[in-house]
Design a protein around this ligand. Sequence first.
Ligand SMILES: Cc1cc2nc3c(=O)[nH]c(=O)nc-3n(C[C@H](O)[C@H](O)[C@H](O)COP(=O)(O)OP(=O)(O)OC[C@H]3O[C@@H](n4cnc5c(N)ncnc54)[C@H](O)[C@@H]3O)c2cc1C
Length: 106
Amino acid sequence: MPEPLRLSTDDRAVLDVLIVGAGQAGLALGHHLASRNASFLLLDAGPEVGHSWRDRWHSLRLFSPAEYDALPGMPFPAPTGDYHPSKDDVADYLQAYTQRFRLRCG
Ligand SMILES: Cc1cc2nc3c(=O)[nH]c(=O)nc-3n(C[C@H](O)[C@H](O)[C@H](O)COP(=O)(O)OP(=O)(O)OC[C@H]3O[C@@H](n4cnc5c(N)ncnc54)[C@H](O)[C@@H]3O)c2cc1C
């Protein structure tokens, strides 16, 4: 269970948006908000970004090839062609995406 997030007085004063859920949708929204210099925070009930993919069954692969699996602003790091990412590829990608765009998650 993650530690409860405690918002500072500064956070309460300056946040424009609180995003609940740091899955694909929340991270993509965070990317767009960051590009507009909005002040936001991503909140997720899970222990880490990508947890919902990490916890899926071992043999799971996306039905969509890697070249179609990217979120805005960052290609999915996989060979072109018919590579179907594993569930851990997706979890790793979501974590790398969070770090690359310095998306603040709690
Ligand atoms: C088995 C399986 C296989 C799939 N395969 C594919 C595929 O091959 N290709 C494809 O494009 N899509 C696939 N999908 C669909 C894809 O996973 C979803 O479309 C996508 O994850 C939706 O993204 P999301 O950000 O809306 O939700 P999610 O990825 O589900 O993220 C939601 C996040 O919100 C958090 N959350 C939920 N409720 C709360 C709360 N109350 N407070 C705080 N945090 C909360 C969760 O912890 C989670 O991290 C698959 C789905 C499943 C289940």
